[in-house]
Design a protein around this ligand. Structure first.
Ligand code: FAD
Ligand code: NAP
Length: 336
């Protein structure tokens, strides 16, 4: 397996940022990956899935390895569950639609999230009241320093809100090669979140099913979010911050419409999009980049912007939210 040198990355990241990788290769199996690792410097490896959760601010001076391990296999069935194993290079939405087609239930609220299966555990992807952890069984990952394959169960992944061990203590140490999901035989639908119920009512069939929920999520997402094929973006740029109940009630006196949801840890998760909109950033455009007009959490590249421009804009937003609300926004997008 040989490397490509000075590989352009523009078509490999959904922000559409121009950058180059010093060395680049694609792997379609664990064996090829292990072989490539022997030829690369461990400290300067970037694993690329769909490139939908990262921002290049400069050329990547190292080795970019693109994961193309495919395959979806039903590993086993129990009375209540299906255990489905997917290669880390599978497209996430394709996996969701595979489950919908076979009635492997629990994943349907996560329809239309861009990217690959292998990146899903990185930030415990979540949407519409469901997170990966809710349907996760285990994953396999190759240790970069040894080339050995390890298995991580739910506990070992230490999933949190848009967090996992792989973003923290295990950062840059493992490459995820497969993910096994545990899906329901007896459906437990989750339709309480946002406007899913309203969207379902608009569904002419009137039935409650995995497909109806997936269709509702797809319809809502398509109406609200910019399509990266048309406008460069990486989804939500920031995480929703969690603040104490006391701080939230103080803010509520000044901003009666502030959007917050209580979390299990007696904290309030504040909608970062609402904060950014209140601070006047929604729809702001600077040359060829800015804040999306419909969703203030999404920073966009209208074409030709640099990663540095977008990073600087995100920093200005962080400072502005700190000064107006005394809340610290944290970037969700991975910066390179
Ligand atoms: P990449 O961007 O390629 O990689 C992201 C990070 O993970 C990088 O640090 C990379 O090195 C690392 N990585 C990737 N694959 C592996 C691997 N196999 N092993 C080890 N490390 C790896 N996210 C949500 O959680 N919920 C949403 O609803 C959501 N909606 C989005 C909507 C839009 C329009 C967009 C553009 C993005 C959205 N995202 C959402 C963010 C993004 O789609 C997810 O985080 C997705 O899981 C990223 O997958 P990817 O393959 O593109 O990862
Ligand atoms: P929304 O429905 O307008 O809601 C705004 C925020 O309030 C969301 O961020 C959500 O937090 C929170 N929220 C809403 N209803 C909630 C409830 N019943 N319980 C707890 N929290 C609630 O959000 P949106 O921007 O259109 O996104 C819809 C869903 O898709 C959200 O889950 C969002 O996370 C996900 N999404 C994620 C990305 C990304 O890149 N990460 C991009 C687009 C959409 P949560 O974000 O914690 O759910």
């Amino acid at each position: 397996m040989s490397f490509i040198y000075n590989q352009p990355l523009k078509s490999l990241n959904t922000f559409g940022i121009e950058a180059k990788a010093t060395r680049f290769a694609v792997f379609g199996s664990v064996a090829t990956l292990v072989d490539l690792l022997k030829q690369a410097t461990p400290e300067t490896i970037l694993i690329l899935g769909g490139g939908s959760n990262l921002l290049f601010t400069k050329d990547f001076e190292g080795t970019v390895l693109k994961n193309e391990i495919t395959g979806i296999t039903l590993e086993k069935e129990t009375t209540d569950h299906y255990f489905l194993k997917a290669g880390a290079g599978e497209v996430w939405h394709k996996l969701v639609m595979h489950c919908v087609a076979h009635n492997y239930q629990g994943i349907e609220n996560l329809a239309l999230i861009p990217g690959c299966v292998g990146a899903a555990p990185m930030q415990n992807i979540g949407a519409y009241g469901v997170e990966l952890k809710d349907i996760f069984h285990e994953l396999e990952a190759v240790e970069i320093s040894t080339g050995r394959l390890h298995v991580f169960d739910l506990k070992a992944c230490a999933f949190g809100y848009r967090e996992s061990a792989f973003k923290n203590e295990l950062k840059n140490k493992f490459i995820i090669t497969s993910v096994t999901l545990r899906l329901n035989k007896k459906p437990v639908y989750n339709t309480s979140y946002g406007n899913i119920a309203a969207q379902l009512e608009a569904d002419e069939t009137g039935e409650l099913s995995m497909r109806a929920i997936a269709n509702a999520v797809i319809a809502i997402r398509s109406s609200k979010l910019p399509d990266p094929e048309k406008i460069g973006n990486a989804g939500s740029f920031f995480k929703n911050p969690e603040i104490g109940l006391e701080q939230f009630s103080e803010l509520k006196k000044v901003y009666p419409n502030i959007v917050g949801h209580e979390t299990g840890s007696s904290k309030m998760k504040v909608a970062a999009g609402w904060l950014i909109e209140q601070a006047g950033w929604k729809g702001k455009t600077f040359d060829n980049y800015g804040v999306h007009k419909n969703q203030a959490l999404v920073l966009v590249n209208y074409g030709g912007a640099s990663g540095k421009d977008i990073l600087e804009l995100s920093q200005k937003i962080i400072v502005s939210i700190r000064s107006q609300f005394n809340i610290e926004l944290v970037r969700e997008v991975n910066i390179y």
